[in-house]
Design a protein around this ligand. Structure first.
Ligand code: HEC
Ligand code: HEC
Ligand code: HEC
Ligand code: HEC
Ligand code: HEC
Length: 304
């Protein structure tokens, strides 16, 4: 709740996908390549980042094909020109022209240009800027209109406020922009490996996150970790670490998504998992359910 109040106080023009973003100038005046001459390092970092591909990466393209809602575009590529391109391509992202601004996803202007000015507002370089996209609620259709519900679908910002409330001072920016604009996260397998601490004895395993300023996993709902052990010839899943939502009936007979389980790892709180008798090996996967892909974090390490 606290997080939501703070977010409302910091208005950067993002609207949880309700509207496109007004930067006070045509986007064509501020394309990323126009900044490159003077800001070479920022440009190179951003080019390599997931933000640059937030509308056109494989996982988003698959997700959007299954659920082609206008609001998705207004967050993954918030500029009005980007939105118009997607509509002109009949919401088929594979049909975006090569020169489309949509290929810039969350671009320089999205974070830095307001009122037609490229370098003005210091508040734009704050954690609240990150929070204004990395925290939002489910939408529902009510009598034909799109409304925001009170169920968060992503709550990275309030998770980080909780982390800060225990006295820690690391910020989105200090952790994620240490190396500049190549902001990394759930697609950097080495980072994921470093972020997971596994301790194990004969009967139990303890999983904890390491150096993460929010829950692990956070962000997109389709991500989770699975822990599997081998008993004889069979691999058995013994834990699922992440969030699960399910539709629940409202009093008026309509349905809303509700959080039914959250087993994601809170900072510094190890989760204890019982190991079944006879287990000889274990492995841990990080899964991206949208397209069924997965990354192996720990493989076939022997059990003590
Ligand atoms: C002709 C060179 C030039 C171009 C092109 C240029 N900038 Fe800059 N920019 C500068 C200089 C010089 C500074 C440092 C002085 C200042 O703050 O104005 C700066 C500073 C900045 C800052 C930091 C301001 C602060 O408060 O510390 C940001 C953010 C920025 N530029 C973004 C952009 C973006 C985004 C673009 C492309 C749309 C861009 N710039 C294009 C020269 C340029
Ligand atoms: C997701 C939001 C986001 C995007 C996209 C983004 N920036 Fe930034 N940028 C920031 C933040 C936040 C900071 C402040 C970082 C800090 O304080 O360490 C920053 C800092 C800067 C600075 C000032 C660096 C300094 O030393 O103070 C420049 C210049 C800049 N960005 C240019 C760009 C350019 C050019 C692009 C596109 C190629 C871009 N940014 C894309 C968020 C963004
Ligand atoms: C305009 C909305 C917006 C803003 C502002 C924004 N992000 Fe993002 N961010 C996104 C979207 C959309 C993605 C998903 C990209 C994708 O599809 O993989 C993302 C992805 C990420 C990821 C995951 C990268 C990965 O490899 O999985 C991290 C970490 C991240 N953002 C951090 C930040 C930080 C730190 C800031 C503030 C400096 C910030 N974001 C500002 C929209 C935003
Ligand atoms: C103490 C350092 C730290 C702070 C503070 C922090 N992060 Fe992270 N973040 C990480 C690490 C490490 C990962 C990689 C492990 C993981 O995926 O959780 C990560 C992952 C992510 C991801 C990838 C998605 C996922 O499922 O984990 C996103 C998005 C993200 N951070 C956004 C943010 C935003 C937004 C903030 C501020 C509100 C923030 N982070 C603050 C360290 C930090
Ligand atoms: C309020 C802004 C917002 C809206 C609306 C939104 N997203 Fe996202 N989405 C994000 C952010 C921020 C992330 C990054 C979280 C992370 O990396 O963990 C993200 C991540 C994703 C990812 C994961 C991408 C990856 O690289 O793993 C998919 C897929 C996705 N969104 C699809 C959608 C679809 C489909 C819709 C519309 C039904 C939608 N999003 C609506 C902000 C939004």
């Amino acid at each position: 709740m606290y997080g939501v109040l703070l977010l409302l106080a910091a208005d950067f023009g993002f609207s949880s996908g309700v509207r496109t973003l007004d930067i006070g100038a045509p986007a064509a005046d501020f394309v990323a390549s126009s900044c490159a001459d003077c800001h070479e390092a920022e440009y190179a970092g951003w080019r390599a980042s997931r933000h640059r591909a937030s509308l056109t990466n494989r996982i988003f393209v698959a997700g959007f094909a299954a659920e082609s809602e206008a609001r998705c575009v207004r967050c993954h590529a918030p500029l009005p020109e980007q939105f118009a391109e997607v509509m002109a391509a009949n919401r088929d992202l594979t049909k975006l022209p090569a020169a489309a601004l949509g290929h810039e996803g969350v671009t320089c202007a999205t974070c830095h240009v307001r009122d037609g000015e490229a370098h003005g507002n210091d508040a734009l370089k704050s954690d609240a800027l990150c929070g204004s996209c990395h925290e939002f609620a489910f939408h529902e259709k009510k009598r034909g209109r799109l409304v925001l519900t009170d169920t968060p679908i992503q709550s990275t910002y309030s998770q980080w406020l909780e982390y800060g409330a225990t006295g820690r001072t690391d910020s989105c920016i200090s952790c994620h922009m240490n190396g500049g604009h190549d902001i990394r996260g759930a697609h950097d397998v080495e980072l994921l490996r470093r972020s997971l601490d596994v301790r194990i004895d004969r009967e139990r395993m303890w999983l904890a996150s390491r150096g993460v300023g929010h829950r692990f996993p956070t962000g997109d709902v389709f991500r989770h970790l699975t822990v599997e052990v081998r008993v004889g010839d069979e691999w058995i899943e013994i834990a699922r670490i992440g969030r699960r939502y399910a539709p629940a009936e409202n009093r008026d007979g309509t349905y809303s998504m509700r959080l039914v389980e959250d087993t994601s790892l809170a900072p510094d709180v190890p989760r204890s998992i019982e190991i079944p008798a006879g287990a000889t090996e274990y492995r841990i996967h990080y899964r991206y359910d949208e397209d069924g892909s997965e990354a192996v974090l720990v493989v076939r390490a022997g059990l003590p």
